[in-house]
Design a protein around this ligand. Structure first.
Ligand code: DQA
Length: 147
């Protein structure tokens, strides 16, 4: 299986950005964690980040066209983007929404996700491990669907 691990706005600053909320792990560190887990699972990973909504839309479409799964930390677009929601539902790609922080323990505007209803499930609050858990989850869903 192939899994696209997609990162939205401001996640390029991980490690320096609000470390009291998001920790000191960088996105590069997270990519390494994800690749280690992918190797253990026998999955190939495409790992990307953009601050631009349209890039994320393009990559979701690309994942769908390849029959890949998606793990997505859409950052703040999680809470605002109908375009990402439509891209996910249109792609048919099994998608797991993830967050580093527990969005439900934070401001009210982070409690609503526009992409959760079109995702298989949501993992949040486990720090960088949210990515690893998300990869495992989407891998399991894809294995089950292939049977
Ligand atoms: C985040 C949570 C979002 O609310 C926020 O806008 C982010 C990061 C997380 O990983 O905890 O940019 O997606």
């Amino acid at each position: 299986t192939t899994v696209f691990v997609l990162n939205g706005p401001n996640l390029n600053l991980l490690g320096r950005r609000e470390p009291q909320v998001y920790g000191s792990t960088t996105l590069q560190d997270i990519e390494k964690l994800v690749r280690e887990k992918a190797e253990a699972l026998g999955t190939s990973v495409t790992f990307r980040q953009s601050n631009h909504e349209g890039h994320l839309v393009d990559w979701i479409q690309e994942a769908g066209a390849q029959g890949a799964g998606i793990v997505i930390n859409a950052g703040a677009y999680t809470h605002t983007s109908i375009a990402l929601r439509d891209a996910i539902s249109g792609s048919g790609a099994p998608t797991v929404e993830i967050h580093i922080s527990n969005v439900h323990a934070r401001e009210g505007f982070r409690h609503r996700s526009l992409i959760a209803p079109v995702s298989v499930g949501v993992i949040c609050g486990f720090g960088p491990q949210s990515y690893v858990l998300g990869l495992e989850a989407v891998h399991q869903v894809m294995a089950e669907r292939a049977r």
